[in-house]
Design a protein around this ligand. Structure first.
Ligand SMILES: Cc1cc2nc3c(=O)[nH]c(=O)nc-3n(C[C@H](O)[C@H](O)[C@H](O)COP(=O)(O)O)c2cc1C
Length: 346
């Protein structure tokens, strides 16, 4: 059975939950190891005071007995301590109580660079909080708990996975400077996996490619983009007509198109077939040998532009079809027209 992860949870809701299916039975889990990763996620230079309120701990509601997986769905919970300050504002059900605590007033000021504006337009929310609560990276906590479970499984076959920041010193200096100027910064992380045998992933289909899977996994994390600029320069200010004068975000915020031009770039590595071949091995003899020389492109960057265009068109078409539906093309077009009318996007 394929290992699958689904999660739910708002930033200031009662809890974050994850359900992991497809785990084999008999895997020993270590609660302290999971909690240690949750603690690591909360630490780090530049985090907000929220991290002092939260003390993330994993709870398991199903799938585990005395530390051993049962081979049944594993249900993980990380509670939001901060919810106690939002019990009215983030109550799952209507309540007769007087409004109190945080979240009682609608948020009406979308932050450039966040999911706020695109989120309210897409879902028809009146309170920006209805979009930002899930767009927030708070729920990465329960994904870290699931990652710790994944690491336990990988450890049984000798694979270890470690993430770290690149250039820790420069990062701290950047954070200090940005904080002093009431600004924000990004940075680069590196993840290394040791002990993986040859053979994970496949060239058979796009979906099977290891690099595609890792790109999907990493780009699925909030704020994973290339940006060397400060927050004040990187984000595109919102005009009263909800358009922007700049487009550093490339038309995507919070994983949603924001109405500006969608711009993506992809880097291509140098092609592997060299007319001056690199060192290799002859698989028949086991002896050192020069690699295969075969008729080959020197570069194919222009071809990649066409292939990338097709790939982007495909994904956008899939998403547009998801959003507007329609069995006849007229239905698709009409649903689109009704939507742009609703959000007054002309
Ligand atoms: C671990 C982590 C913590 C984050 N903390 C914050 C934060 O405190 N404030 C903030 O504005 N964005 C924070 N973000 C980034 C936002 O969640 C993200 O920019 C927003 O959801 C929009 O998504 P996008 O940047 O992928 O377009 C954080 C992201 C991660 C991965």
């Amino acid at each position: 059975m394929t290992l699958r992860l689904s999660s739910a949870g708002e930033s200031h809701g009662p809890a974050l939950v994850a359900i992991v299916t497809g785990l084999p039975a008999g895997l020993m889990l270590d609660r302290e190891a999971i909690d240690a990763d949750l603690k690591r996620r909360q630490e780090g230079y530049g985090r907000s005071p929220r991290q002092q309120i939260e003390q993330d701990r994993v709870e398991v509601l199903a799938g585990l007995r005395r530390g051993r997986t049962l081979g049944t769905p594993l249900a993980l919970v990380v509670r939001n301590n901060d919810h106690k300050n939002w019990t009215w504002g983030m109550a799952p059900w209507p309540t007769d109580e007087e409004p109190s605590g945080k979240g009682t007033k609608a948020v009406t000021l979308p932050r450039p660079g966040h999911a706020d504006l695109a989120g309210v337009l897409k879902y028809g929310h009146e309170d920006v909080r209805d979009a930002l609560e899930r767009a927030s990276a708070r729920h990465t906590a329960v994904h870290v708990a699931a990652g710790a479970v994944a690491k336990a499984l990988l450890a049984t076959i000798g694979i270890t996975v470690t993430g770290s920041t690149v250039d820790e010193k420069a990062l701290h200096t950047n954070v200090d400077e940005a904080r002093a100027e009431r600004d924000t910064v990004g940075g680069v992380v590196e993840v290394r996996a040791t002990g993986a045998p040859p053979g994970l992933g496949s060239y058979a289909t796009k979906e099977d490619r290891l690099d595609a899977r890792l790109a999907f996994a990493l780009m699925g994390i909030q704020a994973v983009k290339g940006a060397a600029l400060r927050g004040s320069q990187a984000h595109d200010e919102i005009r009263p007509d909800r358009r922007r004068d700049t487009n550093h975000a490339g038309g995507i915020e919070g994983g949603i198109s924001n109405g500006e031009e969608i711009v993506v770039r992809a880097a291509m590595k140098p092609l592997p077939t060299l007319m001056k071949p690199l060192a290799s091995v002859d698989l028949q003899t086991g002896e050192p040998a020069s690699a295969l020389v075969e008729r080959s492109d020197v570069a194919a960057v222009e071809a990649l532009a066409v292939v990338a265009e097709a790939a982007v068109a495909w994904e956008l078409a899939v998403l547009a079809k998801d959003k507007f539906g329609g069995d006849a093309v007229g239905d698709f077009v009409a649903a689109h027209a009704a939507y742009v009318e609703r959000i007054q996007w002309h």
